[in-house]
Design a protein around this ligand. Sequence first.
Ligand code: GKR
Ligand code: MG
Length: 447
Amino acid sequence: MLPTITTMEVIPVAGYDSMLLNLAGAHEPFFTRNIVVMTDSDGLTGVAEVPGGEVITKRLEACIPLVEGRSVSEYKDVVQRCRAMLERQVAGAAGGTGAETAHAQIFKKVTNVLTGVETPMLDLLGKHLGVPVAALLGDGQVRDRVRFLAYLFYVGDYRRTDMPYLHDDDDSDAWGRIRREPALDADAIVRQAEAAQERFGFHDFKLKGGVFEPAKEIEAVKALKERFPEARITIDPNAAWSLDEAVELCRGLEGTLTYVEDPCGAEGRFSSRETMAEFHRRTGLATATNMCDTDWREMKNAIRLDSVTIPLADPHFWTMTGCVRVAQLCHDLDMTWGVHSNNHFDISLAMVAQAAAAAPGRINACDTHYMWQDGQFLGTKAPEFEDGCVTVPRDVPGLGVEIDRAKLEAAHRLYVDNNCGTRDDARGMQCYIPGWQYDPHRPAMAR
Ligand code: GKR
Ligand code: MG
């Protein structure tokens, strides 16, 4: 008999971030996450990290009665029951319409919570069976090293705000010195890439776009390619560009851009999956997304239209088993799998690494924001990158992260003391540009 779950704790936490710029504004000084810790009757703990915000905290708390008392071996049934309960809750909150249009919203609102239930149970199951979580996903572990990319951002000048951004916190190397400093042009982006490569060994680079005029961002991408001719490079303006603009900007850049992430979105009568398909056909470039292929119904349409060659299936939004299911589909249907990210601690890094270790075939370097958070971890051991990769050892059972209670408590205090809640990138930007408002079709700084 496997042990039972005796307690499930849900702990909202915060960590420090730089003033990273994107289409939605500027990251605030703190990013938030929800940590789930399950303890079983043998005294072992299983953990998960999922997106932050009170809504998710509350939904996770609502799952506690369905989890406590259940055997670790019953994890699939527990997840099923939590799914049914959450779907009822979310549909009820939406007026109980049950309409097809609500389906995607329900999937999105429920799945990130389910990840917080599924992952600690997989962690515990792995520990009891003596295998890593990757061995329990898909057809099992298929690789030992998982490649990550350097996620480069334009960075605002925290000195122009009255917000408590962390600065001068790490003088250990070039990355430590520059990661809180303004980066507002191609030279600064190349310096970021150099410093990140020096510390982590990354071979792949992604630039978060949607900040400046598109041509300026393409200049940065070209400068990166010139400096790192062997690198796989991508840009992600979060669909801020029009289809024609995106085609104009990217046509002829096959040798520079390995793929383009969400270059354009819905336009008039055409859905984002239709414009992405046109972009793909007109430029011949591979397309990635975390915006228009984010549940199974969207996936079905994206595949029929040939819109997306790289679905970024983040375990936080698809569950661990769900994102590996996407990876298997990619492998069989001539697509390649990748992973989206948000700011995160070490537990999320381990979750992505375990999922990617079970993703068959050729996959893309996984997105991670971790380089911006490096040094802030909740486990007993700092994560290690070697040559841009994280190792998933076959002899370390579970997720491979043992929670450090003191660090967890400190991250929770940071959340409470700073009144953290749901992410709001507009607030940071308004300190920078008074009256600033989000516009999905206008780069943040092009005002
Ligand atoms: O951290 O600013 C950010 C990113 O823009 C993030 O919020 C996105 O969800 O990384 C993500 C993306 O690929 O779009
Ligand atoms: Mg994206």
